[in-house]
Structure formats: structure tokens, C-alpha cells
Design a protein around this ligand. Sequence first.
Ligand SMILES: [Zn+2]
Length: 403
Amino acid sequence: MKYSIAALLIITSIYAVGQSITISPKNVEKHVTFLASDELKGRGTGTKDEQKAAQYIAAFFQELGLQPKGTQGFEQPFKANRDTVHVLDARNVVGYLDNGADRTIVIGAHYDHLGEGYQRGSLDANAKGKIHNGADDNASGVAGVLELARYYAKNGVKEKHNFLFICFSAEELGLLGSKYYANNPTIDLAKVNFMLNFDMIGRFDPAKPITIGGWGTSPTWGQVIPPVMEREKMAFKIDSSGAGASDHTSFYTKKIPVLFYFTGVHSDYHRPSDDIALINFAGEAQILNAVTSTINALDKLPGRLEYRETAMPMARNANFKVTMGLLLDYSFNGPGIKVDGVSKNRPGEAAGIKGGDLILRLGNYTLNTIYDYMGALGKYEKGQTVEAEVQRGTEKLELKITF
Ligand SMILES: [Zn+2]
């Protein structure tokens, strides 16, 4: 009897260790359903309805056992200047998961929206008095931050990074909450390795790629993310810019590498019809699970991510179908694209590409920018072999690449 109980305990504990937790659509739905309900009246910056959202977020952080990292508990109050006349009392909500690490990952989303249409930003011609629920913009992103917080607080793993979870206010009035935080941080920003921002991740359409922004802010993104997304079977397109119309911009300008997840604009954007019924909860959970895989891969890398300034504001997008496993020099201006490094056991290495090589042509496509390269990759399928023209020093080589 004793023996069998012991055996059972061993089996149970092995099971518990081997178990990996995932983010569930049900939990995402729960958060969005509260935050985008009529009771919160569209979470206008500085309103008492928005405060209910702040209290909900703070209570959730507390329940997870996160440390309060605002200036008043989990809250960081600030003055939001709507214009020169109106100054609103707003607050960010900040929770911290201390893993005793040297580096920190910031995960953020804005929780304010357009309220009842009296503040600026609505695209409805008669906005005043209409509740703008903002289910996608951005109850979806807040649900993402909350569920990522739950994942990292409850997964039983001590990561090599600490985590700072922030829900920003006054984004709709001009990224005011994230700007305030970046200028008045409650942790040492020098220890922040990178920042992830979620703004509108509720309209996942399996037929369309999601957008990952901030791609050019670190060469590491291009190395780590494509294989993860391939494994998760998620199509994505990229936007290279670190600056854009959401809160990651405030961290990018502090020279922190950023990523921005986004399922795309739609006809309900900034209108009262951005409602709960239109949210794809299963799709959002799928995105968030791809995000934990991405973070977990990044967590294992030693040292700090390299920060890069992005030249182009809102660069044009490209689809990835296949990858080569190359680390590229995003600051190189051509002709050709410059390889900084080559990942092991990927098509680039197998073809004999080396660090320092310039790839001048891939198949029929002349490469002069990173975007030419990404556009070319979008044209090829797995298993296909194409010829690449490579410049190595003074030598020109023809290499065969099999994707
Ligand atoms: Zn938004």
C-alpha cells in the first residue's frame, strides 16, 4: 500500500513538472467581456468608468501575487493633457514579477478607449453620447497582458528575466500614459531588455497574417521569431518601424527594442460597433501562446538584445512563407543585403552562407533592401531550391538554397 502511494506521488509529480500551461480562450473572453461591457462606458481617460477598469486590472495583478510597481500601490497617477484647457486625472496600472534577474521584459497594452465619444478620436459622425466599447481597441490587448501575467506568475518556471506588466491610460489622447511611464519609470529602464505591446489583437482571421511591428528595432527578432511562428503555424507580416501609433513608440524612443502585435484595422475601428461579439477569443489565445513561445525562446538568450534605430517610419509589409535562418544587418544600405550571422541547421547554413556575405540575388529577385529579401521569401515554398548570388569579399559565388 505504502509503495503504491509513493509510486503514485512520483507519477503525479512527474506529470506536474512535464505539464505546460497554455493561455485559454475562456480566460481571454472573461477579461474582454468585463472591460468592453457597457458598464465601463468605453473607458474614457480620467472617467470613473475607466477607474473601474484600473481597479479590475490591479485586483487581478494582486491575485497573481505581483508586486505593486505604481506610485500608489499598483496605480501610477498622472495628469493627462487632453488639450490646453482640459487636464484629466489618469493612471497607469503596473505590476512586477521579480525573478531576481538582471534583465526585465516589459509587457504592455493601453486600457483606455474613447468613452462616450466626448473625447477626440471617434470616426462616428455623431459620436457624442454613444458608448465606444473598444473590445478590440483595446480590451483585447489588456486581456493579453493579464493572461501573460497569469502565465508567467503561475507556470512554475523561474525565467532569466523579471517581468513588468503595464496597462497604460490616455493612449487615445496621444500615447500619454506610456510617455509618462517612460519618463517617470518605477524600475530602472537601463535593465529593460525589450518591450512587447499589444494593441488590437482581437480580430484574428486565420486567412490573413497578423502584423508584428518593431521588427527593425533588433536584429534578434528576425532570428528568433520566424521559426517560432512556423512551429505555431501562424502566418505573419512585419512592419519594421519602432515608432507607430501605439505605446511601444514610447519605449523605442528610449532605445529599447520593441515588438508590437496587431491583428489589423477593420470597419469598426474607433466606432461604437467595436464590440465583444466580433472578438475571436480562440484566435487571440493562439496569438498569445505564440507570444509565450517567443518570449521563452528570447529568455534563454544570453546578454542584452541589440537595439537598432529603424530608418523608415511605417515600412511596407511583406509575408514570410519560408525562412533562411540569417541574422541580417538592418543598417546596411546595399547593393545586396548583408548577413551578420547564420543560424545552425537552417537553409542558409546548409547552402554555405557565411557571416559577412552580401546576398545580391535570390532566384529571380535582385536584393537591395531587407524588404526585397522579405518579398522574395514570400514567393517561395518549403522544399523549393533556388540559386543565390553571393558576394564574399572580392569573390562572387552561386549557392543553392533549399528551403
Ligand atoms: Zn488602441
